[in-house]
Design a protein around this ligand. Structure first.
Ligand SMILES: Cc1cc2nc3c(=O)[nH]c(=O)nc-3n(C[C@H](O)[C@H](O)[C@H](O)COP(=O)(O)OP(=O)(O)OC[C@H]3O[C@@H](n4cnc5c(N)ncnc54)[C@H](O)[C@@H]3O)c2cc1C
Length: 206
């Protein structure tokens, strides 16, 4: 998967919002150490978490499976815009046969899990789909035989409070491996000076 952070709110917006409550603007340092300490104290430690909602992040997420997308979509406090299969499945029409065992070629369209038997079953489903698309069947109908491993992409906007919840739930070892990878990759893609807001949400062994 590939994650690109397209946009983020500067920290001073969050500290300004927080300082609005006490009119303590004169104590701010424009997103510097004093503001970071305030964001951590009020937003994280005091659980006045709504102040974190002023920080928004927009990620371009490429190469996750539709199985993973289904789990991402359960997070209601996010705004996803997802590649439409109804409009884009025609991308498969001009492809040559997807052969069993040719994992490199199939991985252009599928998220492979590393289990040979399962991955070959996905390739079979992909080839079935390609054959269906050679016929004059509409994409609206053809999409019903998509494998869950089919790759997709989305632009996801999420505020810091919701991202904390996402990282807490989805970096956990009880989460599905692919969304766990996604949660860790989202954290990694954050600006360095924002990571302190989320560090405590990351699952730690032991
Ligand atoms: C390990 C794991 C296993 C899972 N297994 C399943 C499963 O088997 N089946 C399944 O259906 N789902 C499953 N889920 C998905 C899970 O139930 C949530 O839908 C998903 O994690 C989104 O979490 P959320 O509701 O906290 O996020 P969001 O929808 O982003 O909500 C964020 C927060 O807002 C608040 N909130 C949002 N909506 C409401 C509301 N209507 N009422 C009150 N408070 C609200 C809550 O505090 C919530 O935590 C699983 C999740 C995990 C992490």
């Amino acid at each position: 998967m590939q994650i690109t952070l397209l946009h983020h709110t500067p920290l001073f917006v969050c500290s300004h919002a927080t300082r609005t409550c006490w009119q303590s603007f004169d104590k701010g340092d424009c997103g510097g150490e004093k503001d970071k300490e305030l964001i951590d104290r009020v937003g994280n430690k005091f659980k006045h978490s709504s102040t974190l909602e002023h920080l928004n992040y927009t990620f371009y997420i490429q190469g996750i499976s539709r199985a993973c997308l289904q789990e991402v979509a359960r997070h209601r406090h996010t705004s996803p815009s997802v590649k439409s299969t109804r409009y884009t499945l025609k991308e498969l029409r001009n492809e040559d046969e997807f052969k069993i065992g040719d994992f490199e070629n199939a991985s252009r369209y599928l998220v492979l899990c590393g289990n040979e038997e399962v991955d070959n079953a996905s390739i079979k489903a992909l080839e079935n789909l390609r054959l269906i698309l050679q016929k004059s069947i509409s994409l609206d109908i053809a999409k019903y035989c998509l494998p869950e491993s089919y790759k997709t992409e989305l632009t996801l906007s999420i505020n810091a409070r919701s991202l904390q919840n996402f990282i807490t739930l989805r970096s956990s070892k009880s989460a599905l491996w692919e969304i766990r990878n996604l949660a860790n990759a989202l954290f990694k893609a954050l600006p360095e000076d924002h990571k302190f807001i989320f560090e405590h949400c990351l699952y730690k062994e032991g």
